[in-house]
Write a protein that binds this ligand. Structure first.
Ligand SMILES: [Zn+2]
Length: 235
């Protein structure tokens, strides 16, 4: 715990003093590079799941909840550059990393036929306590980037995270499901009623968090759910 906190603190101090370093590999950014360097963009492994029916992300939800479409943008490797980039987004106050990742994903998936059917983008909400500590919701920043490219509105306040769940790390699937059970509540039914919702999160691991949130949304009349995340972690 202390080591983790120290690491977070040193990362925050790092970005305070070196704002022009790449969020993925920490080299100096040059010319038109912004936030992430060209070399990192080129090495990030795309999944192209949005082009594949019955892709591994969709399969995660089979037999659990009804999903229209699901995709993740990149494969997540521990110790890889994407981990560094997502770490910057979550722990180094780099909200703009999420916007950039959302834009990139938007450009890739914009011509998928199913995107035309999406009415509204909903980022997985954070609890009030997490929001107070972090100052922003990293999934909402991804949603903002996506929304700007896809021209689909965001509903960030229609769903609330009412339970401040413990970290999902080091928990098995059953423990993760129990951990996020009843974590979400619908705040405004009218905003989602009769809508096809694109639910957004940063990383998909077991899918327990997305499933718990989607379950609440699917209780609303005539609601449909699709899912998109930046990273797909193989467990
Ligand atoms: Zn880089």
């Amino acid at each position: 715990m202390i080591i983790n906190n120290l690491r977070k603190l040193s990362n925050q101090i790092f970005s305070l003093f070196y704002p022009n370093l790449c969020a993925g590999c920490h080299v100096d950014l040059v010319h038109q590079e912004k936030i992430i360097c060209l070399s990192c963009w080129e090495t990030l492994p795309k999944t192209n799941f949005h082009l594949r029916e019955k892709n591994p992300v969709e399969q995660k939800f089979w037999g659990k909840i009804k999903i229209q479409q699901a995709t993740s943008f990149y494969y997540f490797n521990k110790e890889g550059r994407l981990q560094q980039i997502l770490h910057a987004l979550k722990y180094r106050k780099q909200f703009d990393v999420g916007i950039l990742l959302g834009q990139k994903m938007g450009v890739d998936i914009i011509y998928s036929p199913w995107i035309k059917d999406i009415d509204v983008i909903v980022p997985i909400p954070l609890s009030k306590e997490k929001m107070r500590i972090r100052g922003y919701n990293q999934s909402e920043s991804i949603a903002q980037g996506l929304s700007a490219v896809l021209h689909i509105p965001i509903q960030a306040n229609a769903v609330l995270r009412v339970k401040n769940t413990a970290s999902q790390t080091n928990k098995n699937i059953a423990e993760r499901m129990e951990n996020v059970k009843d974590a979400f509540a619908i705040q405004d039914v009218e905003k989602l009623k009769n809508k096809h919702v694109l639910l957004i999160d940063d990383v998909l691991t077991t899918g327990a968090t997305l499933e718990a949130c989607a379950r609440e949304i699917l209780k609303i009349e005539y609601c449909k759910i699709s899912i998109a995340t930046i990273a797909y972690a193989m467990d």
